[in-house]
Design a protein around this ligand. Structure first.
Ligand code: HEM
Length: 175
């Protein structure tokens, strides 16, 4: 049995957004005031981050409603996959919260593509933006490292074990 189409769309859109946000995040912190992207890149990074947060909440609700196919592999691989999947969600939420705390310390709301805005709670603790910035950076590095490990595991299942793991996520688990 494959992941259903909605779960597959959630997964691949999220994967693209995570890697894209990571690249943009690393690039935008070095932009100078004179770059045309100086304001636009952080605006997009924040907007896409908020959209990904909303998508991830919907994704978890969808998963709770519809369940997910069984994970294949040896006992330890199934346990490791469950652990890493949970960890990926926890790291994503840590990024959403720390990103929010960085952006809203000054009391300004997050404007999402001029569609709607997420209200600010202002400064909740001392050095909020700085502390949250460090957490955001190291969490992003950890998330991308585990996502690469997770992708490598999926490719190992596909090419070495030749099982249905990757096919389930691309909708072709006929073998
Ligand atoms: C930032 C990137 C990624 C994130 C955050 C991510 C996250 C996840 C999560 C949370 C699950 C569990 C789905 C569930 O809720 O049941 C999952 C499943 C899966 N992912 Fe990813 N993923 C990423 C990238 C990739 C890539 C690049 C590949 C393939 C090369 C991949 C292949 C798979 C496969 C095959 C499964 C199904 C595993 C199974 O059920 O046995 N993922 N992913």
């Amino acid at each position: 049995m494959s992941y259903n189409l909605t779960a597959r769309i959630f997964h691949w859109v999220s994967a693209l957004a995570v890697f894209g946000l990571f690249g943009v995040g690393l690039w935008m912190v070095d932009l100078t005031y004179y770059s045309p992207w100086y304001k636009t890149a952080p605006d997009w990074h924040r907007s896409i981050g908020v959209m990904l947060a909303l998508l991830t909440i919907l994704r978890l609700l969808w998963k709770a409603l519809k369940g997910h196919p069984a994970i294949e592999g040896a006992k330890w691989e199934i346990a490791a996959a469950h652990f890493v999947h949970k960890l990926l969600y926890v790291l994503m939420f840590t990024l959403f919260v720390s990103g929010y705390l960085i952006s809203t310390e000054d009391g300004r709301p997050i404007d999402v593509f001029n569609w709607f805005s997420i209200p600010a709670m202002g400064k909740l603790f001392e050095d909020q933006a700085d502390i949250s910035g460090v957490i955001h950076y190291y969490t992003a590095l950890t998330l991308v490292s585990f996502a690469v490990l997770h992708a490598a595991a999926a490719l190992k299942h596909h090419f070495i074990n030749k099982d249905n793991t990757l096919r389930k996520m691309i909708g072709d688990s006929t073998r």
